[in-house]
Design a binder for this molecule. Structure first.
Ligand code: TRP
Length: 448
């Protein structure tokens, strides 16, 4: 096992920006708005915020404790903290999940780059509603264009990961995340001037619980895990690069808040726009690719808004893709004699093979299904609905029941006269509440 010179995030702001970089991704800008749209708006938002506070924050802190205390990748962290046990299987499942998520995530990141390019070329205007739909279907089903973009986004990620933690991941996050926040704020400000601004905001912020189905709770919890990069050791890997003076509880709270804020801001961009131009937010996964170009072209300065939006989506997505690649690369790099660069290239090669199949689910392999799902949908389902919650369940049990309480106290280092009560309460959450919620959700989804 290579343990020397693993690298660290060099500054506190770098810690926040890199961790926000993994959390904020397609999950916030692409997935969140369409699932709010499918699940009835405001009421879903309330459930989602509860899930973030009650499961998200404790979950993030648990991964941080494991990562920072062990200073090791997703698998070796458990080997160090629980030698000669089977706990490190959580890590194997995480590395596998990271690989499978990349297989379809890279496909969608590729789409964002295609749309950004088309927006810059001015090709995203002058079509009818149906034509926008057809353009997307033709592109996604094209035998090689989506693959070309997928190769490009994986090579960008490989390049960053090969340069290491502070020289690669931290540097790119420090540049891209501020640009991201600038773009999102400009777009939200614009959103308030749209004709249906009021209707969009009402849809998002006015809860109507009569429209909420029980299954929405399940979806909200799944979204929490996906959006926070939780349940597969991604945050273990990132926090293994935190220095000792980083406050874990504070960082977790900040990252979860920023992640929630970005999801809400994205919805504040999308709903007013969609309602203003006579469209519906219930379109599902293709919302941002089929519906939004048509919305943008009807706005003044439409080309500018579409360039900004797809740049936003691309930045969010690429920093998350980098984090996924880092999880698998760190594990391989630290357990072989390969260099970081070689390890990253090998993982990328394998991801591309999987990605070809995922991408072709929209074209030549459309008919190839298992349990009624295409390869793309299957990768999403197996990871987001099974591997992440199961991983989160066991990490919570591991930290709550197995890990020495003194390690938790040392890592949390809360300076407060009642610190022991916080820690006690926190351990109770991890022992009972978090696993019980995940278990209930799981049972419901298997029976339902
Ligand atoms: N959180 C990212 C998003 O919202 C996706 C992601 C990156 C992720 N790394 C992860 C999801 C690890 C689960 C596990 O798009």
């Amino acid at each position: 096992m290579k343990t020397e010179n693993r690298g660290n995030f060099s500054s506190k702001i770098g810690v926040i920006l890199a961790t926000v970089g993994t959390a904020v991704g397609l999950g916030n800008v692409w997935r969140f708005p369409y699932i709010v749209g499918e699940n009835g708006g405001g009421a879903f938002l309330v459930i989602y915020i509860l899930a973030l506070l009650l499961l998200g924050i404790p979950g993030v802190i648990a991964e941080f404790i494991v990562g920072r205390h062990s200073h090791a990748n997703a698998v070796d962290s458990f080997k160090k903290l629980a030698p000669k046990t089977k706990w490190h299987w959580i890590g194997y499942s995480g590395v596998l999940a990271g690989f499978l998520i990349m297989g379809y995530y890279a496909v969608v990141v590729g789409w964002t780059l295609e749309y950004l390019t088309q927006a810059i070329l001015g090709n995203l205007s002058g079509m009818t509603v149906e034509q926008y739909g057809q353009v997307f279907d033709q592109f996604a089903g094209h035998p090689y264009w989506p693959l070309v973009w997928m190769v490009i986004v994986m090579l960008i990620s490989t390049f960053v990961v090969a340069r290491g933690v502070s020289g690669g991941i931290e540097k790119i996050s420090n540049v891209l995340m501020p640009v991201f926040f600038l773009i999102i704020l400009v777009m939200v400000a614009n959103s308030f001037f749209l004709p249906a601004a009021g209707q969009g905001m009402k849809y998002l912020f006015l809860p109507n619980f009569s429209e909420l189905e029980p299954v929405a709770i399940l979806i909200a919890i799944g979204q929490t895990f996906f959006s926070l990069s939780l349940g597969m050791g991604c945050l273990i890997t990132y926090s293994s690069y935190f220095k000792k003076d980083v406050s874990l509880a504070k960082t977790a709270t900040q990252v979860v808040s920023i992640d929630a804020m970005v999801a809400i801001l994205s919805a504040m961009i999308i709903f007013p726009a969609v309602f203003s131009f006579g469209m519906q937010p219930t379109e599902g996964p293709s919302l941002v690719f089929k519906v939004l170009p048509n919305v943008f072209q009807q706005m003044p300065l439409g080309t500018l808004w579409s360039i900004l939006f797809y740049a936003l989506l691309f930045i969010a997505a690429i920093t998350s893709l980098i984090s996924l690649l880092e999880v698998v690369t760190a594990y391989i790099y630290e357990n072989t004699s390969l260099t970081r660069r070689k390890a990253a290239f090998i993982v990328t090669g394998m991801v591309l093979v999987l990605g070809v199949f995922a991408s072709m689910s929209f074209g030549p392999l459309q008919e190839v299904t298992l349990f009624g799902k295409t390869i793309f949908d299957l990768l999403d389902f197996v990871t987001a609905s099974i591997l992440l919650p199961v991983g989160g369940f066991f990490i919570s049990i591991f930290v709550g029941w197995f890990l020495d309480k003194r390690i938790i106290a040392t890592e949390l280092r809360i300076k407060h006269p009642k610190a022991h009560l916080f820690i006690k309460g926190y351990i109770y959450m991890l022992r009972f509440f978090v696993p019980a919620c995940i278990f209930a959700v799981f049972l419901y989804s298997l029976l339902g």
